[in-house]
Ligand binder design. Structure first.
Ligand SMILES: Cc1cc2nc3c(=O)[nH]c(=O)nc-3n(C[C@H](O)[C@H](O)[C@H](O)COP(=O)(O)OP(=O)(O)OC[C@H]3O[C@@H](n4cnc5c(N)ncnc54)[C@H](O)[C@@H]3O)c2cc1C
Length: 543
């Protein structure tokens, strides 16, 4: 062992307090109305940063789920077997109520700061294990749609909102806790769900669904919010794993997707072979019904990607702190400090924007202006934060050097995980089109949000010019062609405004390097002032 003393390697990044060691997180949580949660969040941060959790995350991802489509005699089974570590995480997250803390047992919104308090936890979870968050986020989002049909879902929702993770394969009536999946995407159309060809025929006790779903994640969920064509058009259904008579419903799992990342979580191709379903909402109202859920999954993508970025940054900072090069720690080398500080600034902005969006979700029932802000900023925040994450993680990986490219470090997992949030729940272009849709539907409300952000951010460097650009582009969109430029500028402006609203000390630095910046494209090349560097690194250092 003595020969290992000069190895100059950083110690394992474990047993970190993910809340207490994250100064920007503490400030943003408090500024968005969840200051009373600090003690609970600190306990959560210690739990999730523990060595045991980091090890469980490795196991859950190195032992991906297995499909058992048939049994030994050729009878259909259609079950997915997960590693115990995956179940461990679902037990933790559901035990912490991340799947339901924003809902009452009746499917009504919980009071503020439920969204912000949950998002702060999800941000920490994303740093450790992200795959299991798919059923967690879909369960909480599906409630928004299911609550529209209480005659069908009221009893089931009571079991959704328990903190009991029950992985048994039984009819929902016999279980102590339930999870929900979402089945929209088909082969011929994911974004364009109007092209769905799965059919729904009414029966004496519900509907029979026949068709194929090209992506259905978390297939061991107890029921799926699904879209199918009924007589009057696309319609939402709740499709349980077991029929009301207790027999297994006709959901055939054909294949597991062999995915780039998100490997602890299973995603299937699924056939509905006259599967039983209850209608949710009116016939033909399916897209509107499902959009209530999609807003929440999109917000979760933004929070999750901000968390992935924080996870990668923490690894980079920790390594740089402990690794010596040319006789001093990497974290003391000026050029590395420029990169680390710039990365840290990006995380502060992503976090501030994501939690400000959650604040709007918290307040949207009480205030029209916050509802409009949540509507506009959900696609905007998802667009920008999720799109930043892959390049961000790559840069952080580079800070860790060769070790960052090796599987045992967490970096490859974070890197593989990052792109999925840009694709599912609305890819980049689709989010830009969604912003334009809001303008078409409620132009005054959308421009009112922009005006409000402009007023609050107006004297920050570059803010006026950015706001004018956004207003002009959105007021006269002409064609979709300009939408990305407008949405990106709006995201930067909204992030700067969210940082200011949270009194973050580097709001000006963000605005001057991103909104007014004449610097380069890459981290460390954007002209961040030297004076900002020390404190940005200090605020982000996970020790
Ligand atoms: C790991 C994983 C798990 C998933 N799990 C689920 C699940 O559980 N349930 C579910 O329903 N789905 C799931 N999906 C599917 C996912 O939601 C879709 O892949 C996504 O919505 C995109 O749809 P698509 O793949 O059909 O791509 P397309 O709709 O073909 O889109 C391809 C590209 O075209 C762009 N585009 C689309 N329309 C326009 C336009 N008008 N103008 C310009 N550009 C446009 C999109 O932004 C995208 O970049 C999952 C996907 C993945 C990768």
């Amino acid at each position: 062992m003595a020969s290992q003393e000069g190895f100059n390697q950083s110690p394992p990044y474990v047993d970190v307090d993910l809340f207490a060691s994250d100064q920007p997180l503490k400030e943003v949580v408090a500024a968005n109305g969840a200051e009373d949660e600090a003690l609970l969040l600190a306990a959560f941060g210690r739990r999730w940063g523990a060595a045991d959790m980091i090890e469980q995350a490795r196991l859950a991802n190195e032992n991906p789920p297995k499909l058992h489509a048939y049994d030994a005699k050729g009878f259909r089974r259609d079950v997915v077997e997960y590693h115990p570590s995956y179940h461990h995480f679902l037990k933790e997250s559901i035990g912490a109520n991340l799947h339901a803390s924003t809902w009452t047992a009746e499917g009504e919104r919980e009071d503020a700061p439920a969204e912000v308090a949950r998002a702060a936890r999800c941000y920490m979870v994303a740093q450790v294990e992200n795959g299991h968050m798919n059923p967690v986020t879909m369960t909480r989002a599906a409630v928004a749609a299911l609550a529209r049909q209480p005659d069908v879902t009221a009893e089931m929702l009571k079991k959704v909102v328990t903190r009991h993770y029950d992985s048994s394969f039984r009819p929902w009536e016999e279980k102590f806790g339930l999870t929900l999946g979402i089945a929209m995407t088909e082969r011929q159309g994911g974004t364009d769900v109007r092209t769905n060809i799965t059919r729904a025929e009414p029966t004496s006790d519900g509907y029979e669904l026949t068709g194929h779903k090209w992506f259905v994640s978390a297939p061991m969920s107890d029921a799926f919010l699904a879209l199918a064509q009924a007589k009057d058009g696309p319609t939402a259904f709740l499709v349980p794993r077991f029929r009301p008579d207790g027999t297994v419903n006709a959901l055939e799992f054909q294949r597991l997707k062999d995915k780039l990342g998100n490997r602890s979580n299973a995603s299937t191709e699924m056939e509905f072979d006259k599967a039983f379903g209850w209608r949710i909402g009116g016939e033909g109202d399916g897209i509107a019904t499902i959009m209530a859920s999609v807003q929440l999954t999109r917000a979760d993508c933004a929070v999750g990607s901000a968390g992935l970025m924080r996870g990668a940054l923490a690894q980079a900072l920790y390594h740089a702190r402990h690794r010596n090069v040319f006789n001093k720690p990497l974290s003391d080398q000026p050029l590395m400090r420029a990169v680390l500080a710039d990365l840290a600034l990006e995380v502060e902005a992503a976090l501030a924007l994501a939690l400000r969006l959650c604040r709007s979700l918290d307040l949207s029932a009480a205030k029209d202006s916050e509802r409009a802000r949540a509507r506009l900023l959900t696609p905007v925040a998802k667009y920008w934060i999720c799109k930043q994450a892959p390049a961000f993680v790559a840069e952080a990986m580079e800070c860790v050097g060769g070790n960052g490219f090796i599987e045992e470090s967490v970096m490859p997992r974070l890197y593989r995980e990052a792109p999925v949030n840009t694709i599912w729940e609305g890819s980049g272009n689709v989010l830009c089109l969604d912003v334009l849709r809001m303008l078409a539907q409620d132009r005054d409300a959308a421009l009112g949000v922009v005006a409000e952000i402009k007023k609050a951010a107006g004297d920050l460097p570059g803010a006026k010019e950015a706001a004018s650009f956004v207003e002009q582009s959105l007021a006269n969109p002409g064609s979709d062609f300009v939408a990305r430029a407008a949405v990106e500028r709006l995201a930067l402006l909204a992030a700067a405004e969210a940082m200011r609203a949270a009194s973050l000390p580097f709001t000006e630095a963000f605005a001057s390097t991103r909104l007014a910046g004449e610097g380069g494209e890459t981290y460390g090349a954007r002209g961040l002032a030297r004076a900002s560097v020390d404190r940005l690194i200090q605020r982000a250092m996970p020790e």
